[in-house]
Design a protein around this ligand. Structure first.
Ligand SMILES: *Cc1c(COP(=O)(O)O)cnc(C)c1O
Length: 361
């Protein structure tokens, strides 16, 4: 029998989440972030499931948009980092992509292209995250040029650095700047990502741009009454069980020490599969129907857990690393990271298995 480790992608859950997000967005248009292979979930399958529920998709750079177009996905696609060089403008045009313009030189490339720019374009303004975007001071001139290049086809966007804390001074500063900007213009706008959508932000913007919520995660431990369902389930099974005496240690470096006679189960998933090496002892793992603690360092190919209190667990018992419980966000917390990093880092050697939108058990 093959190694039991696999990532199950539940496309019914994705469709379910998409319907919830659609209603949360009310009348705003919805753009789904599917960059990084749909946060590691498989971009083509996800895009096809999302298509009836969203107005557009967002990717990070041109190659990711190519993948969508080559597969025949014809939804509008926003390219969040815009063209990297003048050479890319032809592809943007041919593939009918929406570029984000975050610096003035990109606008010049579009202006100088033969035939101008026939499609949509999004102008990004830096309101305080200081990663990407035009300075506020250069915005009026950029808007004027963009409007001339693409009359009534320009959307203004910005991005929040701490969307889960709208009351924080950093957010307040960004929100105040954003409000000042959008009050002065007459064009479609877009600000909110997943975390921002879970806040009671009064957002008059035309577009929302969530990503993580679609995949069923909840950013930054925000509370939500939305019944989001995890799209990824990371599964395996126990391959070895042993009894160890009190004071024995488990795994590399002997990090975990038995404080009583203990039963240890070994599970064939490790950091080479994308299970985070930074996971601390106590990270929750579901073995059978019980949640048990990780015991010892994550190895390249295996982890060990303490099943002393669950005598029915044995070789072959099914294991859930993340999914409904524990959630990916709980695991991420115990590994000092975020669920986004965990789903995007599942490696090639983990087989993926999709549950189609119509055949969920
Ligand atoms: C990735 C991304 C999003 C979506 O972020 P989530 O936290 O997944 O909702 C929105 N806007 C921009 C600019 C992004 O890069």
């Amino acid at each position: 029998m093959a190694r039991p480790t696999r990532a199950v992608i539940d496309l019914t859950a994705l469709a379910h989440n998409a319907r919830l997000i659609r209603s949360l967005a009310k009348s705003r248009r919805v753009m789904a972030a599917v960059k990084a292979n749909a946060y590691g979930h498989g971009v083509l399958s996800c895009a096809r499931v999302l298509a009836p529920h969203v107005d557009a998709l967002a990717v990070a750079f041109l190659d990711e948009a190519h993948t969508l177009r080559e597969a025949g996905i014809d939804l509008p696609v926003l390219v969040l980092e815009g063209p990297m060089s003048r050479d890319e403008i032809g592809d943007f045009r041919q593939l009918d992509l929406w570029p984000v313009v975050h610096r003035a030189e990109q606008l010049r490339w579009l202006e100088q292209a033969a035939g101008g720019w026939p499609g949509q374009l999004w102008l990004k303004v830096d309101t305080g995250m200081h990663r990407l975007g035009l300075d506020i001071a250069e915005l009026p001139a950029a808007i004027e040029r963009a409007q001339k290049l693409a009359p009534n086809r320009v959307t203004l966007m910005s991005h929040l650095a701490l969307a889960s804390e709208p009351e924080h001074a950093l957010s307040q500063r960004q929100l105040a700047r954003w409000q000042g900007i959008i009050d002065a213009v007459d064009m479609p706008t877009s600000l909110l990502n997943s975390a921002a959508m879970l806040q009671t932000l009064d957002d008059s913007a035309h577009w929302v741009r969530p990503g993580y919520l679609f995949y069923g995660g909840v950013p930054d431990n925000l509370s939500t009454s939305l019944d989001l369902q995890p799209v990824m389930r990371l599964e395996s099974a126990v391959i070895a069980v042993r009894q160890i005496a009190v004071d024995e240690n488990v795994g590399y470096g002997g990090r975990w020490r038995a404080v009583r006679d203990s039963r240890i189960a070994t599970i064939p998933i490790g950091y080479a599969d994308g299970y985070p090496r930074s996971a601390r002892d106590g990270t929750p793992v579901k073995v059978g129907s019980a949640i048990v603690p990780l015991a010892g360092r994550v190895s390249m190919d295996m982890i060990t857990v303490d099943i002393t209190d669950h005598p029915s667990a044995d070789v072959g018992t099914p294991v859930l690393l993340w999914g409904a419980t524990p959630t990916i966000d709980q695991v991420a917390d115990m590994a000092d990271t975020i669920g986004y990093e965990l789903t995007t880092r599942i490696t090639q050697r983990v087989p993926r298995c999709e549950i189609a939108a119509h055949d969920r058990a």
